[in-house]
Design a protein around this ligand. Structure first.
Ligand SMILES: [Zn+2]
Ligand SMILES: [Zn+2]
Length: 256
């Protein structure tokens, strides 16, 4: 399994993109930086997009990728939960901001949307995909992806503390998890349902107790202007837990 991090931050600029992962060139998770990261031919290789939740930084490129597929007479599968479907059809794809690619062209709409059920594995392009609920300020799932050759990763999407139930459902060889803010913003993180390095440490400690091991960890969704602080605190957590924790970055490639 080849995992490419297209977007590793919670704010967009010339140097940072919104949350977006690409697996084996065909499966995207979250759409915060799809069209801005990929060439047109690379975009057309995409078979499916999985969305974790409805926040704008995770769905931003749904209309733009759909336009490119539409103009190439191609279709794209999008998978997510029913709250995300409701948000997309109510706001982003309601036909007022941009064409409603769920209904256009009428004979073969560009976007084929499939609703996934939490904790029910589904097969997508040969991968086993398990949506696992996480605790965030909007209904959210992380996705455990298992490739045809048995490699497994779990991406949390945005999440706050309280992952103990989620851990019961997953056994990844690589954990990709959000860490949005440094420790001094803990109150803000708890309220907005995000993680800091210390909160990550809590959740990883529970993971280790529950599962009996810790996989290598890659963090995403960092606030770019606070990243130095986050990095220093993550290093302390990695040392305390005696595990590998790496900050993700745009263009990072991971081979599993
Ligand atoms: Zn969010
Ligand atoms: Zn976010």
């Amino acid at each position: 399994m080849n995992i490419q991090i297209l977007g590793a931050h919670n704010c967009e600029s010339q140097d940072s993109r919104f949350a977006c992962l690409l697996i084996d060139d065909i499966l995207a998770i979250d759409a915060g930086g799809l069209t801005s990261s990929l060439s047109f031919p690379a975009q057309l290789k995409l078979k499916a997009i999985l969305l974790t939740h409805q926040h704008y930084d995770h769905i931003k490129d749904v209309p733009t990728i759909a336009m490119n597929f539409y103009l190439s007479s191609a279709t794209i599968d999008i998978y997510s939960t029913s709250p995300v479907y409701d948000a997309l059809t109510t706001y982003l794809l309601d036909g007022k901001l941009y064409p409603n690619f769920l209904e256009r062209p009428p004979e073969n709409p560009t976007i084929k949307f499939t609703t996934v059920e939490p904790n029910m594995a589904t097969r997508i392009e040969g991968y086993s995909v398990l949506p696992v609920p996480v605790s965030h300020s909007a209904p959210s799932v992380g996705y455990q992806i298992t490739s045809p050759d048995g490699k497994t990763t779990f991406y949390t999407g945005d999440t706050g503390t309280g992952l103990n139930e989620s851990w019961e459902y997953v056994s990844p060889q690589l954990l990709i998890i959000e860490v949005t803010l440094p420790d001094r913003f803990e109150e803000w993180a708890l309220e907005a349902r995000h993680l800091t390095p210390s909160l990550l440490k809590q959740e990883l400690t529970i993971f280790q107790k529950t599962k009996g091991y810790l996989p290598p960890v890659v963090t995403v969704h960092m606030n770019p202007s606070l990243e130095k602080e986050i990095k220093a605190e993550i290093a302390t957590v990695a040392e305390a837990l005696n595990t590998e924790i790496t900050l993700g970055f745009e263009g990072m490639q991971i081979h599993l």
